[in-house]
Design a protein around this ligand. Sequence first.
Ligand code: PRX
Length: 645
Amino acid sequence: MTERAEIDNIDKAREAEILKAEHELVWPSPEIRTNAWVTDYEALYKQSLDHPERFWAEQALALDWYKPWDKVLDESEKPFYKWFVGAHTNIVQNALDRHLHTHRRNKLALIWEGEPGDTRTFSYHALAREVAKFASVLRSMGVKRGDRVTIYMGRVPELVIAMLATAKLGAVHSVVYGGFSTEALADRIEDAQSRVLVTADGGYMRGKIVNLKQTADEAVQRSGYVEHVVVVKRTGHAVAMESGRDYWWHDLMNLPIASPRIETEILDAEHPLFILYTSGTTGRPKGILHTHGGYQVHVATTLRWVFDIKDEDRYWCAADPGWITGHSYIVYGPLILGATSFMYEGAPNFPYPNRWWQLIERYSLNILYTAPTAIRGLMRFGESWPQRYDLSSLRLLGTVGEPINPEAWRWYHRVIGQGRCPIMDTWWQTETGGFMIAPVPSVALKPGSATRPLPGIVVDVVTEDGKSCGPNEDGLLVVKRPWPGMLRTVYRDPDRFVEQYWSKFKDRGWYLTGDSARKDDDGYLWVIGRIDDVIKVAGYRLGTAEVESALVSHQAIAEAAVIGVPDDVKGSVIHAFCILRAGVQTPTEDDVKAHVRKEMGAIAVPSKITFVPSLPKTRSGKIMRRVLKARALGQPEGDVSTLET
Ligand code: PRX
């Protein structure tokens, strides 16, 4: 049995649901359709196919450039594509500076609420001022063009400010999700070779304080690159500060060096903007590299098309800025469009499952964009929680991160959207930078399908040897043409970039997404799941190798293999199989879980740990995870002819 067939096996339940939902067309209301930014999807798509470069150039003209491009797309060194070649720009010029000369100067850019209920707001003017001041602070620490700055925080405004300040200087941010722990952070600092780390004393999550500074200290010690640590005071609990290395954010921002008068650096369009680490098939996380020019065009254009943001809207993307969704659609996309974004620090169900609905009513939010796992989690608490709140401000809903099951889609549509709000199911990846397959609010939706590719994006479902699959035939999801928001490389590992994404269909120049999908009779796409060793837990992307490495760093564990098994709320959860070292006492499951939590973070903790005497391996020594999976799910093991006996 091949890896593909394995996925088919696991996803039987999803398949049955898809078959039902395939014929269920849900149209947005006439009012939403006629007022949408894109009213004729087919025409725009056709236009983008006929003249791809002219099409993207037209979109790029909506932004400011210090100097226009000489060439829209340079394919001469493919797959190292370049966009808007010769142009000079800085994403901060588009996200902040240009708004200061318009009516948006005093418009709210960011409304924030902390988990304990404290609130802060920033106008475009105020945000730009904080960003400039922090850029001055970073510069005083010697940060210059191309230097990497690692940012490790909870969902607080300083995270956004630190990202933008780094970009303003032409330095490169590497945000590490605040839910990650020591080893994960240390690995990322080391790979990026960051001299500066921006963190916080802690963060609030479900009523508890997450001890970010302590984790940061341990990671800094392990990685050995960091010279300066800037610490935001969020919780006020006592933390150790190392003299000469650690500085409080608020102290620095009150010094005369924190000048709001600092110019935004003028950069080449292909100048690196950020690295974001994500999991791949093997080994350590990859540093996905994005650049200023193409990325800004892609995120701003797609956000406008899909979420149809109007000047008066209040938009809430409930993701974490530490993931690509937050980078593109909390920070850069909305700010470039001059929108008002809302950000919330805590969890959806703390202290009660009313928290999100209360926030929507309190701030009169118009758009909510979240992940299927959050929807399924809130669904469990029943309809009475949202029904107590006035959700009439909502106009559009969105989802991202994993396939949404039609049942959760319908609940989201009926209970939260009150049948009035269309759901934008957006398929994309850290690597793609922005939305790739998603509806615009003027097309018919199908519950559980991200619908069709956006204009300018050419995707297909193909067989292993590159033939287009027929309707309803499962295959590999590929992107057939370059797009402006595409990753430029894997940081410090260009070979891996070529190998991982471009080698499978080398002659054709197609990008391999790593997902399997199918197209239905209407050309709607249904993403099935990953075809590699990536597990999506509650929408978070984890590589089996990373979790296994955290497990074997436990003193009692000699070898480990992890698999994803289906879960009603989280999509998948991790099941770990571990071989003990000879002569050690069997640790408790809780002890191993605590170890993984400390090394990797809570999201990587297996929900089940089984100690086994051996693992199924091929004769060449590769662990056969599909056999473990089949055993865990009580399914047939399939072809085990390569199994070592
Ligand atoms: O498997 C697909 C799934 O998430 C993967 C990308 O993960 P990441 O880089 O963490 O980015 C997540 C946020 C953009 C994809 O390869 N995925 C993402 N969105 C969807 C999805 N699967 C189905 N439907 C989606 N809307």
